[in-house]
Design a protein around this ligand. Structure first.
Ligand SMILES: Cc1cc2nc3c(=O)[nH]c(=O)nc-3n(C[C@H](O)[C@H](O)[C@H](O)COP(=O)(O)OP(=O)(O)OC[C@H]3O[C@@H](n4cnc5c(N)ncnc54)[C@H](O)[C@@H]3O)c2cc1C
Length: 295
């Protein structure tokens, strides 16, 4: 099929993009087009106007500032994947990038497009929730911030106001202790959307005590979730492998897990527990190998 007719605008800056967006209820932002274009081709989405933000240079950057790694919304995923600052400061983000779609989709797809699209299986959404990222948008000449924990509301539904353009995502940089990360996902084919995914970031001190831990699970519910009970149990303690799996299973027991054509709820719950365990185990092992100056 072909897309329904639409107008096309290429604004020079973000305020022009917001003005165009605010002036037409049917208008949609297009960034990399990796999700929106197929949706339009199938006529599942029929925007009256596309507002192309992919060439607004002020939306494309990766920089370290005030203890955060800030990434502009129109930054392409392939740029993040190969960025040396991301590799050293944000190893969990670096670890998930190769898992997002394919090299060809990452060459066009943007960080902001993935976050705004809010697929429950999106790796970037999982990392944003796991690392307590903050998303900044612009609307009608003013900026607003939304914590990742409140940004994702449901499949392809976010807290972004209708006429807002996502500008930036900021990830806090952890500096306390030896940092380690782990990421695992299961999908039908490598780089397809995951049925289940799990991400973990830890810091351990010289005595092997877990000082800080964040564990997130993706694709098991409508939005990525944190396993906070496991985080509380591990934080401040020396990790005990025997207690880890029961703790993870306990944390997942109350979760209302998604069932669909690809995976039943019991399968997803079981795989989520296994992947979370592997992610934490990998994170703890890599924390022991990395010094504090490595992050
Ligand atoms: C074959 C294939 C496999 C894929 N596999 C994966 C995968 O495994 N994991 C994964 O996470 N993704 C996957 N994707 C999706 C891919 O990552 C997309 O790049 C991403 O979802 C959307 O980014 P985009 O820049 O292309 O956004 P677009 O398609 O341009 O836009 C997507 C949505 O976001 C909105 N939007 C975009 N930018 C902004 C902004 N700055 N402010 C407000 N709204 C905005 C658009 O209006 C639209 O609703 C896959 C895609 C394909 C085609």
């Amino acid at each position: 099929m072909k897309a329904a007719p639409f107008e096309y605008s290429r604004p020079a800056d973000i305020d022009e993009a917001c003005a165009l967006l605010g002036g037409d209820e049917g208008a949609r932002i297009i960034a990399g087009g990796q999700t929106l274009v197929p949706m339009m081709a199938m006529r599942l989405s029929r925007p009256t106007r596309l507002i192309d933000v992919s060439r607004i240079s002020a939306l494309s950057y990766i920089r370290e500032e005030d203890g955060h790694l800030a990434i502009g919304a129109a930054t392409r995923q392939c740029v993040v994947e190969n960025d040396p600052i991301v590799a050293t400061r944000m190893p969990l983000l670096a670890a998930v990038m190769p898992w997002i779609g394919h090299a060809a989709t990452r060459a066009r797809g943007t960080v902001g497009g993935s976050l705004a699209n809010a697929d429950p299986a999106a790796e970037l959404a999982l990392v944003a929730v796991t690392l307590d990222a903050t998303l900044t948008y612009r609307e009608a000449g003013r900026n607003g911030d939304i914590p990742a924990s409140e940004f994702f509301i449901g499949p392809t539904i976010t807290a972004l106001p209708m006429a807002a353009c996502l500008m930036e995502v900021r990830f806090p940089i952890w500096r306390d202790g030896h940092i380690g990360v782990g990421f695992h996902e299961v999908s039908a084919r490598r780089s397809d959307f995951a049925f289940v995914s799990a991400a973990a970031q830890v810091t351990v001190d010289e005595d092997g005590i877990c000082r800080r831990i964040a564990i997130g699970v993706g694709a098991v519910t409508d939005v990525p979730i944190r396993l906070e009970r496991v985080e509380q149990e591990l934080s401040g303690n020396r990790p005990d492998a025997a207690r880890l799996r029961p703790a993870i299973e306990g944390a997942l027991a109350d979760v209302d897990v998604t069932a669909d054509l690809h995976a039943s709820a019991p399968y997803r719950r079981r795989v989520a527990a296994t992947l979370a365990l592997r992610a934490i185990t990998d994170a703890l092992a890599s924390a022991k190998q990395r010094g504090p100056d490595a992050c």
